[in-house]
Design a protein around this ligand. Structure first.
Ligand code: UT7
Length: 332
């Protein structure tokens, strides 16, 4: 049987920074409020003409280079995004594939909001274990600034742009294999976090409605409570299913939505400060890109070492959620 190994990580962060102080000139908020309630100090914003695919390409180039495999060996590309280059088609994955010159590979997007990266990890694992594919490039890329309402202080302080990518490859060595991925969803909470953007569920009546309804809307406080509950439950379940304890985990990489959520989950699981990876202060919430950007952060700092066990934990619009137990298995 083939197993799926997490070979490499890469990320891209746009250069422009939007600080809390700048946001305080745009809406009725303050650096103090944002820092205290979210832990966020700044977020990065893509250039006006910089697209989700452009950022995905940069993250992917790094992941491919670090994987030790040639780009011609990649046989599938999956992109997780809620801010695609185009609303319906073509998919952002096909655009990235062409920009990278990957040739004739299977390429598609999935929509699972902030859980997107865990979802594409589970798809990559399944394709590799079935023997259908050998080297899969997975990318979480978001230009959330394009779908953020900068007159809504409840959401605009949270979101940022960026991309992260990983190469998942077939191996016959079980020790390097992704151990497990859990995913779930519950549409009865759909209204907590949504972009009512003129899809068939909510067609536009007017141009004015069209402009506003393309932006994200969130019931922040309700979402917060469900997030803490769900993220904690996810981890308890995946650890129990695999006869592991919190002490077996080297790096806990939760979705970076809010420092208070991460702290509450880490405390409930009795994880140490050293185990919990936090990047929310500098990137804000980058949805499907947040987990791979955080993994890349510990990789580039030299904290993430070959053979160490990473626990991923995500939660987002849909609602969707997921967790994964991933040994870091670079070739070199
Ligand atoms: O990534 C997907 C999942 N997303 C999440 O998990 C996000 C979850 N939610 C959150 O992170 C938090 O709920 C927020 C940061 C969005 C809001 O924090 P909160 O502690 O839940 O605040 P709240 O919504 O209960 O609002 C408390 C007060 C309200 O004022 P009143 O009614 O008490 O007078 C808000 O109007 O804070 C006010 N408020 C603000 N004040 C200054 C809300 N946003 C702001 C703001 N600046 N930006």
């Amino acid at each position: 049987m083939a197993y799926a190994a997490f070979r490499s990580i890469g990320a891209y962060v746009p250069s422009k920074i939007l600080t809390n102080e700048e946001l305080a000139t745009m809406v009725d908020t303050s650096d103090e409020w944002i820092t205290k309630r979210t832990g966020i100090k700044e977020r990065h914003i893509a250039g006006e003409n910089e697209t989700t695919s452009d950022m995905g390409v940069e993250a992917a180039k790094l992941a491919i280079e670090r994987s030790g495999i040639d780009s011609s060996e990649i046989d599938m590309l999956i992109c997780a995004t809620i801010s695609p280059d185009y609303f319906c088609m073509p998919s952002t994955a096909t655009i990235i594939s062409t920009k990278l010159g990957l040739g004739n590979v299977t390429a598609f997007d999935i929509s699972a909001a902030c859980t997107g990266f865990v979802y594409i990890l589970s798809i990559a694992k399944a394709f590799i274990e079935s023997g259908m594919k050998k080297n899969i490039l997975i990318i979480g890329s978001e230009k959330l600034s394009a779908i953020t309402d900068y007159s809504d202080r409840g959401t605009c302080i949270l979101f940022g742009d960026g991309a992260g990518a990983a190469v998942i490859s077939a191996t016959d060595n079980k020790d390097e294999a992704i151990i497990d991925v859990h995913t779930g969803a519950d549409g009865s909470y759909a209204d907590l976090l949504m972009t009512p953007n003129g899809g068939t569920g909510s067609p536009h009546d007017s141009l004015e409605q069209e402009a506003k309804s393309c932006f994200m809307q969130m019931k922040g406080n309700e979402t917060f409570k469900v997030a803490v509950r769900t993220l904690t439950k996810d981890v308890v379940e995946i650890l129990a299913d695999n006869n592991l304890n919190g002490t077996d985990i080297n790096h806990f990489v939760p979705h970076q939505a809010n420092y208070r959520i991460i702290k509450a989950v880490g405390d409930a699981l009795k994880l140490t400060q050293k185990q919990v990876v936090i990047t929310v202060e500098k990137y804000g919430n980058t949805s499907g890109a947040s987990i791979p950007m955080a993994i890349n952060d510990i990789y580039e700092k030299g904290i993430l070492k070959k053979g160490e066990l990473i626990l991923l934990d995500a939660f987002g619009g849909g609602l969707t959620w997921g967790s994964a137990l991933v040994p870091f298995s670079p070739l070199k």
